[in-house]
Design a protein around this ligand. Structure first.
Ligand code: TPS
Length: 228
């Protein structure tokens, strides 16, 4: 069975810390975001123990399945297997891509965080389905962010992917919100490969109304305003 075609255009990455989630319920926030139009969800929870990750992952998967949207798990291949969801997103310090692929199989969706050409090349050649390119702008969501690449860094990476014809999908991430999302898409397109989507954490997870925030971002992603 071929791998499902994934729409990465508005990709929600979760966060469970009080600074971002507040005292909201993660399942309710994710469901609101799905109603608002997010097209892909990553359950990212750096603080809960394995039991909670599996239990919450299963609840989230029941919800995402109702919307026919893929659920990926951040970092934890074991949790993704236990949940039975569509795949994982791995960072540079997590289990390596060949091992993750071996465990999860060819039909799993595997994404990799990459912030420079060497990491992009390794992930693309290693058979990643998509790359999470960033950090585009400084963000309070992720501590120890290795590098802020800016839109210029993003453009350079997209050009390289186009030149090499790597068949990998691309999303960018880091400090993206309703006021800069159109500019990021517009500025990174046109020269080489276009982005396949944009990933956000706080723009949705920390929003007072996550459904409205997602709706606004989804509209901006689908029809970026023309810049003169
Ligand atoms: C698809 N990552 C890079 S920056 C960042 C995260 C979680 C925080 C952005 O927060 N690409 C994908 N998934 C990931 N987990 C990463 C990269 C790693 P905010 O949107 O609030 O600025």
């Amino acid at each position: 069975m071929p791998k499902p075609e994934v729409d990465y255009s508005l990709y929600l990455v979760t966060d469970s810390t009080p600074a971002i989630l507040g005292n909201a319920d993660i399942c309710e926030v994710v469901e609101a975001a799905l109603k608002g139009g997010v097209t892909c969800v990553q359950y990212r929870d750096k603080t809960s123990d394995t039991g909670v990750l599996v239990a919450t992952g299963r609840k989230l998967h029941q919800i995402t399945q109702r919307y026919n949207i893929p659920l990926l798990i951040n970092d934890r291949v074991d949790v993704a297997l236990a949940v039975g969801c569509e795949g994982v997103h791995i960072g540079q310090d997590d289990l390596d891509l060949p091992t993750a692929r071996k465990i999860l199989g060819e039909d799993a969706i595997i994404g990799v965080t990459a912030s420079n050409i060497a990491e992009i090349e390794a992930a693309a050649r290693g058979g990643a389905d998509y790359l999470g390119i960033g950090t585009v702008f400084a963000t309070a969501t992720k501590e120890n962010t290795k590098s802020i690449i800016g839109v210029e860094g993003l453009q350079e990476i997209l050009l390289k992917i186009a030149a090499e014809k790597w068949p990998v999908k691309t999303v960018c991430i880091g400090g993206i919100n309703a006021s800069n999302i159109s500019r990021v898409i517009w500025q990174s397109n046109g020269k080489g490969k276009s982005l396949d989507g944009v990933a956000v954490v706080s723009a949705i997870m920390a929003a007072r109304d996550p459904e409205a925030a997602s709706k606004e971002l989804a509209q901006l992603v689908k029809s970026p305003p023309a810049f003169a």
